[in-house]
Design a protein around this ligand. Structure first.
Ligand code: NAD
Length: 413
C-alpha cells in the first residue's frame, strides 16, 4: 500500500556575494540537527570554500551540492549577508512567494532592500533582530560574531604594539606588562578582556551599565569607576541606552587619564539602532604615548574614537587607530560554525509538525520578521521608507507569579 509522506523541507545555501566575505551561512556541524528536524540541505558548489569547508565536507554530512539556481529553489534560503553585493539584484528576481529568507539583513541601513524582497512575496527574517534574551541566545548572531571579533581585536592590537603583552622577568631585566583598556564590556568587550588576560596584559574596562562590573572583575580585569549618572540600570532588550551629550562629555573628561596611561585601547561601545557614541576624542588620543594602539570595533557604526575611519589605520601623533571591519571574516572556520548553529536553531523554531511555518506564534520569530505577505512588517523599517506604521502587537502577558500562599499549597496537595 502506498504511504503519503510529508515532503522534506529544503534549505539552500548560496555563495556569499559581499566583497571580502569569507563566511558561509551553514557548516557541516549544523547539518545533522537540520536533517533531524526534517530539512534537506543544498549547497551552491564552492559556497564554503573561503570558510574552509569544501563541498565534500558538506556531502559527507548528507548535503547535496548544486548550482546557485538549485540553492535558490529551496524553501528556505540562508545567507550570512542577505542579498548583499553587486550581483544581488539578479538574486532578488530569483525569490518567490512563500519562500523564506534568513540571515543578516541590516534592515535599518537597507530599508529599500527589505522592500524589494517584500515585493517578491518571500518572508524575510533579519537575525540581527533576534532579542537578547536567555531563550534566544543560541540564535543570536550578533553575540556569536561579536565574541569572535573581541578575541581577534586583541590579536591585532598585540601584533601592532611595539611592546609585549605579558610581564617577563629575564636575566636582562624585567618587562612590565602592557596596559589594555577595554571600553564597553558587552559581548565583544568581555571576549577582548578574556583574551588580553590570556596574553598576560594588565586589563582595565569600563561600561555605562553598572551590572557589567561583576563580569569584568570575574575575568580578572579592573573596573574603571567613573562618577557618572548614566541611568543604565536596565536597557531595552539587553542593550544600553543612549547617553546625553553632556554625560558623554563628562565621560570623556573623566576617562582621559586612563586613556593616556594605556598602551592598547579596544573600543566596543554601542547603543543598538544608533551610531556609535564617540567616547575617545582626537585630543585624548594625542595624550597617549606614541606607539600605542587603538582598535575600534565600532568603526562600521561611525566609531567610538573621533579619528576612526572604517577599514583604515589612522596615525595620530604616532598612535595608530585601527578601524576594523568584519573581523569574524578573518576567522571564518569558527565564525561560520557559530553562525550556522545560530541559523539551525532559528530554523528549528519554524518547524511545526514536520512542516515549515514562518508565521508560527513565537516571540523570537515575531521580533525578527521584517517582510511577510508581500509587505514590510517592521515598523522601524516602514518609518525609514515613509510608510504608515502597522498596529503594534499586544505585549506578551507577564508570567503568572507562582502562587505560594498557604491556601494554594493546600489546594495543590
Ligand atoms: P553589546 O551591546 O553586547 O556591547 C556594547 C556595550 O557598550 C554594552 O555593554 C553597553 O553598555 C556599552 N556602552 C554603550 N554606551 C557606552 C558608553 N558611552 N561608554 C561605555 N560603554 C558603553 O555589543 P557587542 O555585540 O559587544 O558589539 C560591540 C561593537 O562591536 C558593536 O559596535 C558591533 O557592531 C561591533 N562589532 C564589530 C565587529 C567587527 O568585525 N568590526 C564584529 C562584531 C561586532
Amino acid at each position: 500500500m502506498a504511504t503519503t509522506e510529508t515532503p522534506r523541507m529544503v534549505v539552500g545555501v548560496p555563495r556569499e556575494n559581499r566583497a571580502g566575505e569569507t563566511r558561509v551561512a551553514l557548516t557541516p556541524t549544523a547539518l545533522p540537527q537540520l536533517t533531524k528536524a526534517g530539512f534537506d540541505v543544498v549547497i551552491e558548489s564552492g559556497a564554503g570554500d573561503a570558510a574552509g569547508y569544501p563541498d565534500a565536507a558538506f556531502t559527507d554530512r548528507g548535503a547535496r551540492i548544486g548550482s546557485r539556481d538549485d540553492a535558490f529553489a529551496a524553501d528556505v534560503l540562508v545567507q550570512v549577508n542577505v542579498m548583499d553585493g553587486d550581483p544581488a539584484s539578479g538574486d532578488i528576481a530569483k525569490l518567490r512567494k512563500g519562500q523564506v529568507v534568513v540571515g543578516a539583513v541590516a534592515p535599518f541601513a537597507r530599508p529599500e532592500m527589505v522592500k524589494a524582497i517584500a515585493g517578491t512575496g518571500a518572508t524575510l527574517f533579519a537575525l540581527e533582530l533576534v532579542p537578547r534574551t536567555t531563550r534566544a541566545q543560541s540564535m543570536d548572531i550578533l553575540s556569536s560574531q561579536a565574541a569572535v571579533a573581541g578575541y581577534k581585536a586583541v590579536l591585532i592590537a598585540a601584533a601592532e604594539l611595539p611592546k609585549m603583552f605579558p610581564l617577563l622577568t629575564t636575566a636582562a631585566g624585567t618587562i612590565a606588562p602592557a596596559k589594555v583598556f577595554i571600553v564597553g564590556a558587552g559581548v565583544a568587550g568581555l571576549a577582548a578582556i578574556a583574551n588580553s588576560r590570556r596574553l598576560g596584559a594588565l586589563v582595565e574596562a569600563y561600561d555605562v551599565r553598572p551590572a557589567a562590573r561583576e563580569e569584568v572583575e570575574s575575568l580578572g580585569a579592573r573596573f574603571v569607576e567613573l562618577p557618572l549618572e548614566t541611568g543604565q540600570e536596565e536597557g531595552s532588550g539587553g542593550y544600553a541606552k543612549q547617553l546625553s551629550e553632556d554625560t558623554i562629555k563628562k565621560q570623556q573628561e573623566l576617562m582621559a587619564k586612563t586613556v593616556a596611561a594605556s598602551d592598547v585601547i579596544i573600543t566596543t561601545a554601542q547603543v543598538q539602532g544608533s551610531t556609535a557614541p564617540v567616547i575617545i576624542t582626537t585630543e585624548m588620543v594625542k595624550g597617549m604615548a606614541p606607539g600605542s594602539v587603538i582598535v575600534d570595533l565600532a568603526a562600521e557604526q561611525g566609531g567610538n574614537c573621533e579619528p576612526t575611519v572604517a577599514g583604515e589605520v589612522v596615525d595620530v601623533d604616532g598612535v595608530r587607530v585601527i578601524g576594523v571591519v568584519n573581523l569574524p571574516g578573518d576567522i571564518p572556520v569558527h565564525s561560520s560554525q557559530l553562525f550556522g548553529k545560530n541559523v539551525a536553531n532559528f530554523l528549528g523554531l519554524m518547524v511545526v509538525d514536520g512542516k515549515l511555518d514562518p508565521g508560527v506564534d513565537d516571540d523570537v520569530i515575531k521580533e525578527s520578521v521584517v517582510a511577510a505577505g508581500g509587505d514590510v512588517v517592521n515598523n522601524r523599517v516602514r518609518e525609514a521608507l515613509g510608510l504608515e506604521k502597522l498596529p503594534e502587537p499586544e505585549p506578551p502577558a507577564p508570567e503568572p507569579a507562582a502562587d505560594d500562599t498557604p491556601a494554594a499549597e493546600e489546594a495543590a496537595k
